[in-house]
Design a protein around this ligand. Structure first.
Ligand code: SAM
Length: 712
């Protein structure tokens, strides 16, 4: 700071004037980096990794089981916390590519752009709010990119998809996180579905992909990602024919008799001295060589028609004959402007689904068979489906139940061809569905002791390190203090009471610091308080389910929010901490009737009440109305044998409200049994199976009529 600036600052302070942002750079000049994006709320990298909860992954179900060791993973939860757990798995050597390399070889992310936020207020307030939302969004992405970098193999790559609004901020962040020199490409991807704004400005028809790598030279399989020749390249080829060994231009009208080709310089780049000989009176120019090892081999190339001598007598212009057919078969190397990679909207009803062709190119280019590919904003699962088709391992994470059911269905109904077309069905390799952050306590209770102990320690971020103090066994440490996981199975029905704590204290009292943690199922504690003080020691009760001792956590716990309108499916969701599944209570009527104005029968499901039992990460805050309903999903033909919810339709609660909380459907859609999933805004679900008898009479009548009609 110059003496002049010091004086100015003192005067600003003494006069109680507002301190402008410019002073930040003067008082705290950037030390480490030449250029850094500065915004409010930017955390230190170290704090992001250390301060993110690694929430345990609870296996819910494995599909397509087989003997293979590796299982692909589909994780329901906030990706920050889920990736933090995956990082622990990488460190423990459990998250690997097929060749044994720890970590993820390729990450693709297509995060929400955070542009849907609704704002009511004046323009200034809106502009301010946008800036705040902008900083929050950048920090949201930055945290995740830092974890992605940690998860990557040493030669791994990440592709980030963004639109024109946020790409520049994200580029600066990626320069900070990966290094400016690790930017391999900024790719312009021309969408096929332009927005309808070309009358007020140039039409916006591209999105951008940023490709950063961890190492200087990442995997790049250029031969696997060739493109068809551009129009400009095609124009260089003219229709000719060979006449007495000479190339003669041919007329377009005689197409078929001639061939399309062009003549190129026949020397190639290189320094191989053996290929610099004199041939027919000429030598290649510096840094170029002949395409063969001897004058005889060069003559042979002329005989085969691969080389052409424009004027053999004078020895001038030795050309390579480039035939269009051959060139077209080879294709040309891909450039950083990508066209013709399919439509934005793929096969499912999931908003913002990307084309499989786009992911096909990325995965082929930057990974090899058996490599692990991660998509932390999985959406409809395009990345995972393509990874599966290309023989890669995969992990997908999404915080939306709609996404999880879309992916589940997609992976169980794959078609071999990219684009999910063609007749050839494909069975996906085994994959396991996990919960990260919203747990099923019923399933936890069934875990054997070792698995329960491990889960309990992970849930409360404890270090797994057994030790004993004066003969009492402890399981690990939390923030430096000892943790005991109470064995409720071994002690069959025994409780953790105040007396238990007193007897522990008697043994270890002077030997421990000011805190001791006891983890147990909540029904195994026979007191309600968060902690009990004995002497100078506080004995904390960490209960499963439910233990949110706020003072242990830096951040307030927040729930995973599920959308209630289609537009919000692509919103940024940030949740902190964990919760336990509490199925909502729902009552409804189902039946069939003649559709008004038509002679058709339709089925209906009318919701009568909905009550969410969710604890919302704070005990018992039940929401007693449709406000807590996010959506209703339906599998019209539920297969009880496989017991897979193969969802066919989604009804968002906002639309249901307009329809008087009623869902109607053509009766013939209903199979023998239907499964209906009522989802609350916190991700809990009530599942109902409805028998065909519910709609029976009218359905059979309707089907009979349909059969008669086809006979005619
Ligand atoms: C643009 S979509 C991805 C679309 C996907 N590329 C496809 O082809 O279908 C973004 C997804 O990010 C998810 N998402 C948003 N915030 C998240 C978070 N914190 N953790 C996990 N998923 C998140 C949303 O649920 C949404 O499905």
């Amino acid at each position: 700071m110059t003496p002049e600036q010091r004086k100015q600052l003192i005067s600003v302070l003494e006069n109680d004037e507002p301190i402008s942002n410019e002073w930040a750079r003067i008082i705290f000049p950037p030390e480490k980096r030449e250029c850094e994006l500065v915004y409010l709320g930017k955390e230190r990298e170290e704090d992001i990794i250390a301060g993110t909860m690694a929430l345990p992954l609870q296996a819910v179900r494995t599909f397509n089981k087989s003997d293979e060791d590796w299982r692909n993973k589909l994780v329901f939860g906030d990706n920050l916390q889920a990736m933090r757990s995956l990082l622990d798995e990488k460190r423990a050597g459990r998250l690997t590519c097929a060749d044994g390399t720890p970590g993820v070889r390729l990450v693709f992310i297509d995060p929400p752009f955070a542009t849907q936020r609704d704002f009511r207020g004046n323009q200034d307030q809106k502009a301010y709010q946008d800036r705040v939302a902008g900083a929050e969004f950048l920090e949201f992405i930055r945290k995740r990119l830092i974890l992605i970098r940690e998860l990557l193999t040493d030669d791994g790559s990440v592709f980030v998809h963004m639109d024109w609004r946020k790409i520049h901020g994200v580029k600066l962040l990626m320069d900070e996180i990966f290094g400016e020199n690790r930017l391999q490409n900024q790719i312009i991807w021309q969408r096929h579905d332009p927005h309808n704004d070309a009358k007020t400005k140039f039409g916006r028809i591209h999105d951008t992909l940023l490709w950063y790598s961890k190492a200087e030279k990442p995997i790049y399989n250029f031969k696997d990602v060739t493109e068809s020749l551009s129009v400009a390249a095609l124009k260089e080829y003219s229709l000719c024919r060979l006449e007495n060994g000479d190339i003669v231009a041919w007329e377009e009208s005689l197409e078929g008799k001639g061939k399309r080709f062009k003549l190129d310089d026949c020397t190639v780049k290189g320094n191989n001295f053996d290929r610099k000989f004199v041939w027919r009176g000429a030598k290649p120019s510096p840094k170029r060589v002949w395409p063969a090892d001897s004058p005889e081999e060069m003559d042979e190339l002329v005989r085969k028609g691969i080389l052409y001598l424009r004027n053999p007598e004078k020895g001038a212009a030795r050309c390579r004959v480039s035939e269009l057919d051959r060139r077209q078969a080879e294709g040309q190397l891909a450039q950083d402007i990508w066209l013709n990679l399919g439509r934005m909207k793929g096969g499912s009803s999931y908003p913002t689904e990307k084309p499989e062709l786009l992911l096909n190119r990325i995965i082929l280019a930057a990974s090899n068979s058996g490599d692990l590919v991660l998509d932390a904003f999985a959406g409809s699962g395009t990345t995972l489906a393509v990874a599966e088709k290309l023989g890669r391992r995969w992990v997908g994470i999404d915080c939306g139940k709609l996404s999880i059911y879309t992916i589940q269905k997609r992976m169980l109904n794959l078609k071999q061809e990219i684009g999910n077309k063609g007749k050839k069905a494909m069975k996906a390799k085994p994959f396991t569905l996990y919960n990260a952050g919203l747990y099923d306590f019923g399933k936890l209770r069934e875990l054997p002791w070792d698995a329960w102990r491990f889960f309990a320690l992970q849930l409360f971020q404890c270090k797994d390190e057994q030790h004993s103090i004066r003969g009492i066994r402890f399981d690990g440490y939390l923030k430096g203090s000892s943790v005991l996981v109470f064995n409720h199975l071994e002690n069959g029905g025994a409780m953790v009471s105040e007396e238990t704590l007193h007897s522990i204290h008697e043994a270890i009292g002077e030997k421990v610091s000011s805190r001791v943690f006891i983890i147990a199922p909540s029904m195994s504690f026979d007191f309600q308080r968060d902690y009990i003080s004995i002497g100078d020691v506080r004995y904390y009760a960490l209960r499963i389910p439910y233990s949110i001792v706020q003072e242990l956590h830096k951040r307030e716990f927040t729930a995973l929010r599920q959308p209630s309108i289609a537009d919000d499916v692509n919103d940024t969701v940030e949740s902190v901490g964990f919760d336990f599944i509490q199925p909502p209570e729902v009552s409804y009527k189902a039946g069939s009737r003649v559709k008004e104005g038509f002679l058709l029968h339709e089925g209906f499901i009318k919701l009568e009440s909905f009550r969410s039992e969710a604890n919302v990460r704070a005990p018992m805050k039940s929401v007693d109305s449709f406000e807590a309903l996010s959506m209703v999903m339906i599998d019209y033909d539920y297969d009880t044998e496989t017991d897979v919810f193969n969802f066919d339709a989604v009804h968002y609660s906002a639309a249901l409200a307009e329809a008087g909380w009623e869902i109607t459907f053509p009766l013939e859609r209903a199979g023998k049994k239907m499964m209906v999933v009522f989802l609350d805004v916190f991700g809990n679900e009530a599942r109902e199976v409805i028998d065909e008898e519910t709609f029976a009479d009218n359905k059979t009548e309707k089907l009979k009529k349909a059969k008669k009609a086809t006979k005619k």
